[in-house]
Design a protein around this ligand. Structure first.
Ligand SMILES: *[C@@H]1O[C@H](CO)[C@@H](O)[C@H](O)[C@H]1NC(C)=O
Ligand SMILES: *[C@@H]1O[C@H](CO)[C@@H](O)[C@H](O)[C@H]1NC(C)=O
Ligand SMILES: *[C@@H]1O[C@H](CO)[C@@H](O)[C@H](O)[C@H]1NC(C)=O
Ligand SMILES: *[C@@H]1O[C@H](CO)[C@@H](O)[C@H](O)[C@H]1NC(C)=O
Ligand SMILES: *[C@@H]1O[C@H](CO)[C@@H](O)[C@H](O)[C@H]1NC(C)=O
Ligand SMILES: *[C@@H]1O[C@H](CO)[C@@H](O)[C@H](O)[C@H]1NC(C)=O
Length: 881
């Protein structure tokens, strides 16, 4: 079982990540596994595909009959009947102890838990006030120019005849730029609402045929990136605005969704004949095995295109891409920062100084000219306004308050300033980068550049008569984005824990202006891999139009996009290596080149795996589909090698992940080849992983095999890790995070249990197991054992153990992601043992016990005890009367 949470992937930067020990007292003693108890997705044998069983009829009925015969009580929530793709049902078991019966029922292929998919973060959206708002970006088609989508548009390629299914919050099809209507003949030609407005992931979905969304907006923004009609007042257009769109609504106005609903929507998209399905959602995972991942990959194998967001967890470093984006054969999409960003200027009065640019699409709505107040006159202060301001602080209502970025969230600083009446606040950068920030409910706050902040604080300290005003018109301009053309820092890093090439490609995803529900303002600016993903869906539609809508074309699209992508640097400094492909994928798509290249290279990716499973000899094929003979030269272009684990620790290095220039080396069977028009050639590449790096840093190496004919270049991407994954420590056995050694048995007050204790399991009198995973594990389990167990745990003592007799299994998850180093963001795992029952609901008698926690190492054998790490808790007692 796995336990990943999915969310919509839009974001704003909320704080500068700074690592500090997390107080234990901040931890709520609530079990962290985000799955629905007793609810499972059961995959059953598809008897129609088995010649000897075809006469048996409908597979589900046999499974239900077999369950009833054994007295298993269950409710069918949904049935999945996509033959050859996914056959099964979402079931609720009345009695959780029947799980084993269910798993052992003949005809059952797999049983997976139903994952809870948490609420999308509220969007801190920027919405134009009127059609003639001068703050609207003058260059709203820059993303099309970056990717040469504009060239295909100029050639008349607009996605005509292609069907794209958007699985999201629904779409406001009343929007004039989205066709203004719903149903056959309209741009939004079909779809379904699987959940209803009131659905929040905990209540019963109320489906209806109408996927209208006028309360959330995310899906309407996604739909505009795919298909907004040109000619609107904001000068934007979708990548494939002649394509037809089906809207599959799986989120209500607010709240969560469950994995079974995602699967329903995917299967419905297939049965409705969609050529492309796109999902701007997901949760940090690292594995390829969730039900929605597995189904997405199978849909891709049918020759459909499935585009899925890579995730917005770049801050947490490698091995952390999202599910379902990790789906093996789908296209996982990274985000690239746009080259220009529309921002505003504040005007400086009283002293001569240039306007102060502040990061906002629209002007702050302050119309008065105000003096400034700096919360600190120290321009190096690290935690400005993180604590309540001194009582001597004046009423800030009639000032522009100036605060330095750092240490705590922007909202915390703003809250402290607001306690003294602050209304308008400018936060100046501390070197972390000029970017849109999350100001929560504070609409009159924005980020300014470090130098401007230093200037303003200096003027304040000198008591200069400086005032600021916020022009409501004419202050907007396109700022050359200092990180333009680089992968967005928020874009998640792969690879998957088992070395799949995730993400696959990148598209613009930062500061994207697109459509929004009419009642919510009609247009909005959002950021995230959520915005990059529909860009690739639209790009795929253009490729289908150019190459034909066959399954063969569908299966070739990821390779075409990968082999023709534009390489992405790791910085704008000359001499720095290319960005690791574990964040950039094969690079920024060049959609015109993907459509028109006459050099077809295959495959697009070489998965070199770890050093124990090294696939170091690889062959690729070059086809010349042009009309003249071409001479190609073959060369190796390495990208930076990612130091995925911080040296001398067991923890993933936070993003931006440090890179080294110690590369793999490659020998080719030929370094040049002439291919006649219509001919092809194969080249063999023999790889040697980079040498001389510390293996314990799990160096993720990557790069390109370049195929050049003059200026026309294509490439094959490769990725490997220069160590054995079997050697990667999984369980955090340090005290770095909470200041106490982990894992830990916590007592009723949430402190480490200091002496043998009996618990009544009444109220809060129960023990908990607190643990962290430094790396993902294919198998994580917590069992109850007797205190005299002979098991020798590997943590604190090394050694393996023989078959361990257990009293009861308490928790078991398959394909569990690692934890992050932010407490509130998947920072730890907690088991609250508040109920004296096993995982399957069997009562546990009073007595003395220990918890045994085990995690299987990556590529380890699930049957081999030596492939697990383990920890044994202190003894505790259960005494529940
Ligand atoms: C905004 O301010 C910047 C920096 O002072 C300046 O370069 C730019 O021209 C200004 N733009 C407008 C529209 O005033
Ligand atoms: C923002 O406002 C919403 C709705 O009024 C409220 O639920 C939420 O707690 C507020 N958030 C903050 C950070 O104040
Ligand atoms: C790498 O090797 C492991 C062990 O054989 C395997 O499970 C995994 O699927 C391989 N990864 C890839 C990308 O082939
Ligand atoms: C816990 O309960 C057991 C069994 O009743 C008893 O022997 C033991 O002394 C108790 N331990 C503590 C610390 O109260
Ligand atoms: C552990 O204790 C249980 C019951 O107290 C007993 O049945 C079992 O034989 C003991 N096992 C060992 C290895 O001593
Ligand atoms: C404990 O678990 C049982 C079996 O799942 C369940 O019936 C009961 O309601 C649970 N009790 C509490 C307090 O959660």
């Amino acid at each position: 079982m796995k336990a990943t949470a999915c969310k919509l992937l839009t974001l704003l930067i909320s704080a500068s990540l700074s690592f500090a020990t997390v107080p234990l007292s901040s931890i709520q003693r609530v079990t962290t596994a985000p799955i629905i108890p007793n609810k499972f997705i059961v995959e059953v044998e598809d008897v129609s595909q088995i010649p000897t069983k075809r006469s048996m009829g409908f597979s589900h009925d046999h499974v239900y009959a077999s369950l009833r015969k054994r007295g298993v009580k269950f409710k069918v929530n949904q049935e999945f009947k996509a033959q050859g793709l996914f056959t099964g049902a979402a079931l609720t078991l009345t009695n959780p102890s029947d799980l084993e019966s269910l798993s052992n029922t003949p005809g059952v292929v797999a049983v997976r838990p139903v994952v809870k998919v948490p609420a999308p973060n509220p969007l801190n959206k920027k919405i134009p006030q009127s059609a003639s708002d001068p703050s609207v970006p003058p260059d709203s088609e820059s993303t099309h120019i970056l990717t040469n989508v504009d060239k295909l548009h100029a050639e008349g390629v607009l996605g005509t005849g292609v069907k794209i299914g958007i699985i999201d919050t629904g779409v406001d099809y009343t929007h004039p730029s989205l066709g203004g209507g719903f149903g056959p003949g309209h741009k939004i030609a079909g779809g379904f609402d699987f959940v209803g407005d009131a659905y929040d992931g905990t209540n019963t979905p109320v489906p209806d045929p109408d996927p209208l969304d006028q309360c959330n907006g995310h899906g309407t923004h996604v739909a505009g990136i795919v298909g907004a009609n040109p000619g609107n007042e904001f000068g934007i257009s979708g990548v494939a605005y002649q394509a037809t769109i089906n809207a599959y609504r799986i989120f209500g106005c607010a709240g969560q969704v469950t994995d079974d609903v995602i699967v329903q929507a995917l299967l419905r998209g297939v049965s409705d004949g969609m050529d492309i399905l796109t999902m701007s959602l997901g949760g940090a995972d690292g594995w390829t095995e969730s039900t929605s991942s597995v189904v997405s990959s199978r849909i891709s194998d049918m020759g459909k295109v499935v585009t899925i967001a890579a995730g917005n967890d770049g801050a947490f470093g490698s091995w952390y891409t999202s599910s379902p984006g990790n789906a093996i054969d789908a296209i996982s999409v990274a985000s690239l920062d746009n080259t220009v960003v529309p921002i505003q200027n504040a005007t400086v009065h009283g002293v001569t100084h240039d306007p102060v640019p502040y990061f906002s699409l629209f002007p702050l709505s302050e119309t008065q000219t105000l003096p400034i107040f700096a919360t600190s006159t120290d321009v190096t202060v690290v935690d400005d306004a993180c604590n309540p301001l001194p009582a001597s602080t004046p009423n800030l209502a009639n000032f522009v308050t100036i605060i330095r970025r750092g240490s705590c969230t922007f909202v915390q600083k703003l809250t402290n300033a607001a306690a003294f009446g602050a209304n308008v606040v400018l936060i100046y950068d501390n070197g972390n980068g000029f970017a849109p920030i999350d100001t929560g409910n504070f609409t009159q706050a924005s980020l300014i550049q470090a130098a401007d902040g230093v200037f303003l604080v200096g003027q304040f300290a000198a008591k200069a008569p400086l005032t600021l005003s916020f022009p409501q018109t004419g202050g907007s301009f396109n700022f050359p984005n200092p990180t333009g053309g680089l992968i967005s820092t928020f874009s998640s890093y792969g690879p998957s824990n088992d070395m799949f090439f995730k993400p696959a490609v990148a598209a613009p995803g930062g500061n994207i202006l697109s459509t929004f529900p009419v009642p919510l303002g009609s247009f909005a600016l959002l950021s995230g891999t959520s915005m990059a993903t529909p860009f690739i869906a639209g790009s795929s539609a253009l490729l289908f139009e150019v190459k034909g809508k066959s399954a063969a074309v569908g299966k070739s699209i990821r390779t075409l996009l990968e082999t023709t992508a534009q390489r992405v640097p790791s910085s704008l400094t000359d001499g720095d290596p290319l960005q690791t492909l574990s964040q950039a994928g094969a690079g920024l798509v060049d959609v015109h080149k993907a459509a028109r290249t006459t050099t077809i290279v295959s495959p697009g990716e070489f998965l070199l795996n770890d050093t124990s499973h090294f696939n170091g000899v690889q062959t690729f094929t070059i086809s010349n589909t042009g009309t003249t003979s071409k001479k190609y030269t073959i060369s190796h272009v390495p990208a930076g090698t990612a130091t995925s684990i911080t040296p001398s620790t067991i923890f993933a290095a936070d993003g931006p992940v440090p890179l080294t220039a110690t590369f793999a080396s490659v020998k080719f069977s030929k370094t040049s080849v002439t291919i006649a028009a219509g001919g092809k050639a194969s080249i063999t590449a023999t790889f040697t992983p980079p040498a001389g790096l510390k293996a314990a840093t799990f160096p993720v190496y990557s790069g390109f095999l370049e195929i050049a004919s003059g200026a026309d270049t294509t490439h094959v991407s490769y990725l490997g890790v220069a160590n054995k994954l079997r050697d990667k420590t999984i369980i955090d056995n340090t005290d770095v995070f909470f200041g106490i050694p982990l894992p830990a048995l916590l007592d009723a007050s949430g402190n480490p249990q200091a002496a043998p204790t009996n618990y009544t399991l009444v109220g809060t009198d129960f023990p908990s197991v607190l643990s962290r995973l430094a790396f993902g594990t294919p198998e994580f389990r917590i069992d109850l054992v007797l205190p005299n167990t002979t098991v020798k745990p590997t943590i604190s003592k090394r050694g393996s153990f023989a078959k361990v007799p257990i009293v009861a299994s308490i928790q078991e998850f398959q394909f569990t992601p690692r934890n992050s180093d932010a407490a509130v963001n998947n920072g730890f795992n907690l088991l609250a043992f508040s109920n004296a029952t096993s995982a399957s609901g069997t009562p546990i008698p009073n007595g003395q016990y220990k918890f045994l926690l085990r995690a299987l190492r990556v590529t380890g054998n699930v049957q081999t005890e030596a492939d697990y790490e383990s920890w044994l808790s202190p003894t505790f007692g259960i005494n529940h009367g």
